[in-house]
Design a protein around this ligand. Structure first.
Ligand code: ATP
Length: 512
């Protein structure tokens, strides 16, 4: 996918009422977006699909909805006050701010693409005689770049591991990385920047207390875990799931809804016996990838990326990466969080929050396996992989959003062929009977072809057309979004037809 495709995605999502820039009339607020009339339906369906597969399908997972604010000590205990930082660097000429680690990552990607360029050049020159493997192993130019990449990657990963900001800056200087805007190497020092938003509680400045907007929903689960365990009488292993807003003052946020300052997460913390984390880590890696695949998006869009630099709380971690229009990037994180959070909350609160294990007959602090996915990134993943434009029979082009049908904003559109002869009334009457069961829409403006295109563009799986024959024999035509094939069926079989292919519950029961 390309940057052209990415631009199309952004404009399509605005033109067809999925996503608007927040506060657009005031020229927008950077990295903050609003979900519009179609976007909110799609987003809610994604959340429902996640919630049902986590909470309804697992006997041992329950859900909560904790507050966005929590006692400020929460964030001291969780390590976010001290360690939730990104390394930032400013270019003195353009006054633009960057993440130092991103500048280095982009540099390494550029070196890789130089190898590819060299390869393409030689391929063209030698044609069929070209042997890629030998070329990569022996070409002096390639070997030199490869050695440089290895050297820089090693220095980079050591610098990250040791939080060595001076070394990060040295890498930027040694690699002669320039600012993409000013083209100069006039950099400031690298500084740590805490990503949490602060606000205050209390009526007057002097009596107020500093609060943080939560940068992840997970801590609300940790603070409540014992209350939930006791009141729901859960036994280890068990999980707590939550969907909610999170806030991060991201240094650079230029990738539409991929990196936002206000976003939504779907997180699940799974409480387990210490020592069993490796098995559960494997289990949740597989379960979560299977969940993504169950929506029907092609396997080639996903890959795992194991973390080398572990967050302050983890003993193993990986990402499920998705092939976004700008390349493979993190969609979901799976983290083995040890007992870091619970132990620290016990220490900072001075309250016992140990679990009593009736089988082992002893108390311990559980270990935690976390799965954490951004709703907005999931939205971008399904949206970007579904938007296609294709040539059709009459050599015209149609733009169609081939969303997984069960999460489409509208499941079907009712379209009377003509705006007269009782056809609109008939279409509305059929819609009326189905409107609470399925999300449906109605359209009687313009020629039928244009109405089909409009529904294609918002991903409606079926268009139901009511024509004169309907009045005679109670049949309607059902047009399939992807194949554009039309089928005539009896009105009374429509509900069954839709149930079979579109109902989230049926889909989940069938295992996706
Ligand atoms: P990244 O490395 O891309 O900044 P992260 O490793 O900081 O992400 P986590 O802390 O693991 O992300 O958060 C879990 C999930 O929350 C991510 O996989 C992502 O889907 C989502 N997420 C995190 N930050 C943002 C953001 N700024 N905007 C949108 N979604 C986000």
């Amino acid at each position: 996918m390309s940057s052209e495709h990415f631009k199309k995605i952004i404009s399509h999502s605005k033109e067809y009422g999925f996503i608007f820039q927040s506060s657009e009339i005031y020229d927008g607020l950077s990295a903050v977006y609003d979900y519009a009339q179609n976007g909110v339906l799609l987003k809610n369906n994604l959340k429902e699909y996640w919630w049902k597969s986590m909470v309804h399908l697992h006997e041992n997972i329950v859900g909560i909805d904790s507050s966005i604010f929590s006692h400020p000590t929460t964030w001291k205990a969780s390590g976010h006050i001290d360690a939730f930082n990104d390394p930032l660097i400013d270019n003195k000429d353009s006054k633009k701010r960057y993440r130092a680690d991103n500048l280095i990552e982009d540099y390494i990607t550029k070196c890789e693409s130089n190898i590819l360029k060299e390869q393409k050049k030689q391929e063209k020159r030698f044609g069929e005689k070209f042997n890629k493997e030998t070329f990569l192993k022996t070409n002096p130019k390639v070997l030199k770049i490869r050695e440089h990449i290895n050297q820089i990657s090693l220095r980079f990963s050591n610098a990250l591991k040791n939080d060595d900001l001076i070394e990060l800056e040295k890498i930027i200087v040694d690699c002669e990385i320039v600012c993409p805007i000013s083209g100069t190497k006039n950099w400031t020092d690298v500084k740590q920047f805490n990503l949490m938003f602060k606000t205050q509680l209390g009526a007057t400045e002097s009596s107020s207390k500093v609060l943080f907007l939560r940068p992840e929903t997970a801590q609300g689960i940790f603070l409540n875990y014992l209350n939930v365990q006791k009141t729901a009488r859960m036994k280890i292993p068990f999980g707590i799931a939550q969907i909610g807003k999170a806030f991060r003052n991201e240094i650079v946020a230029r990738q539409f809804i991929f990196r936002m300052r206000e976003f939504e997460q779907m997180e699940m913390q799974f409480f387990i016996k210490p020592g069993t984390q490796k098995d559960w880590y494997k289990y949740w890696k597989k379960t979560r990838l299977d969940w993504h695949l169950s929506l029907g998006i092609d396997k080639s869009f996903f890959r795992f990326h194991d973390h080398e630099k572990l967050a302050h709380y983890a003993d193993a971690a990986c990402d499920i990466e998705f092939n976004f229009p700008f390349g493979f990037k993190e969609l979901e994180g799976i983290h083995s969080r040890t007992d870091f959070d619970l132990s620290n909350h016990e220490k900072y609160s001075n309250k016992q929050i140990k679990y009593f294990d009736p089988i082992e007959n002893k108390k311990y602090i559980p270990y935690v396996l976390e799965t954490s996915i951004g709703v907005d990134r999931m939205f971008l993943a399904v949206f970007s992989s579904s938007l296609v434009s294709e040539k059709i029979d009459d050599n015209s082009e149609r733009v169609v959003l081939k969303l997984p049908k069960i999460i489409a904003p509208y499941k079907c559109a009712f379209l009377p062929l003509l705006k007269k002869d009782g056809l609109p009334e008939m279409a509305k009457e059929i819609k009326e009977k189905l409107k609470l069961k399925f999300s449906t829409t109605y359209d009687d403006k313009d020629a039928i072809g244009r109405r089909y295109r409009r529904q294609d563009a918002i991903g409606t799986p079926y268009c139901i057309t009511v024509d004169h024959q309907t009045l005679d024999d109670n049949t309607i035509t059902v047009r399939d979004r992807d194949s554009m094939r039309q089928e005539r069926i009896k009105i009374e079989t429509l509900e069954h037809f839709l149930n079979n292919s579109l109902d989230i519950n049926n889909w989940l029961l069938k295992g996706g």
